[in-house]
Design a protein around this ligand. Sequence first.
Ligand code: TYD
Ligand code: MG
Length: 457
Amino acid sequence: MGKGRVKTEYVCQSCGYSSIKWLGRCPGCESWNSFAEEPLYRPSSALQTRTFIGDEPSSPSPLTHVESAPQSRYPTGIEELDRVLGGGMVPGGVVLVGGDPGIGKSTLLLQAMGEVAKRGKRVLYVSGEESARQIRMRAERLGVTEENLLVWTEILAERITEKIKHLRPFCVVVDSVQTLYSSSFSSSPGSVTQVREVTALLVSTVKSLEIPLFLVGHVTKDGSIAGPRILEHMVDTVLYFEGSSGHTYRVLRAVKNRYGSVMEIGVFEMADRGLKEVRNPSEIFLAERPEESSGSAVTASLEGTRVVLVEIQALVSPSYLGMPRRTVVGLDPSRVALIGAVLEKKAGIRILNHDIFVKVAGGLRVEEPAVDLAVVASLASNFLDKPIPRDTLLFGEVGLAGEVRGVTHSKQRINEAEKLGFKRCILAEDSLKTLKASGTTLEGVKTVKEAIDVLFG
Ligand code: TYD
Ligand code: MG
């Protein structure tokens, strides 16, 4: 390489793997055709000199001498968001908010900033995507008209960090990280080098000033935040805003949280005046339940500290394919496969040579084993073409021997169902021991076979 030429490297645009030559397939994340030429990455001098967290370099000290003041939190005022954050914003805490275009990231953060500003705090909303006028129009639609909410269209990262240092806002939103660039590099906004550098600059600035920062990030088709995976390591919290097109509600979920649980979800509905918090998600997820239809079963899934009732739908039809089809949406496909095998071997429901479709109605994703029993019931119900009574709730984990196992928080699950008018609950017999009589008829079962007998026998 001749003198004076800018040294370059090839960087995988999906995971940040770098190589001196172009590669067809990334050894890091195995994606194809993901390498692009970028100037050789060296953290800018601004970042090199800052090798400590906080204002001063420090030296090791005994753990017992470290101050243990509880982490202070400031709620955004949007309860569903605060819940997912683990109680609110944390000074210097950096939150990455990802999600498909149009899902409502900007809307959510603008509403949140409106709430904070309403309480007299000066907040800064930096947008590299929309003009100040567009933001104003959106804000008007959302009813956000606060003097304390400063909006600014800017994409040069150094200018943004300077402004943050100068203004010292209470908190900052940067929308989106892929639109910004740093003057230390010639590569274009959105490239791995830029995203990494811009994030590093912003993170170091807000950490030293103890200002909470929300970064919006675009998401690629496969669901990861566009840009290097390391972006997720550079921030404290990663939230995903998801929902299916055609549905108006949205689920906010933490996939990483240094300051709280990653189990909590926040549920919103996109209305014509912005996002509305959904305080009782069960109602929404059960709203469009079909009447007297076979293949529909309702279960109670624990999402963080909250129980959410969801409908599991199954369709089983004879297959004309050598390898019957298995389509699963919203659940772990391997669990559904396991349950299919258990039904076949342990309950005499011969479904393995059928096409099987299972989905969680409403586009929610559930991962708890407690939903197993409802999967069993929905498959059997559709196979036998016998509907499950509308007032019946099912929950319990299913094991390979066809046994139904107890799950935690039975009482809480039943309470939630009672609120929505459920009268009967089928659960693991084991769980009965810990439950006191209530208004709901509880029917304990030991095996999958028993459950099917109780339901359709
Ligand atoms: P937006 O917040 O711009 O999404 P993102 O920042 O994630 O790309 O949301 C845009 C969508 O939300 C758009 O399709 C219009 C819809 N929307 C409403 O339905 N009601 C509203 O009040 C607002 C502001 C947006
Ligand atoms: Mg946006």
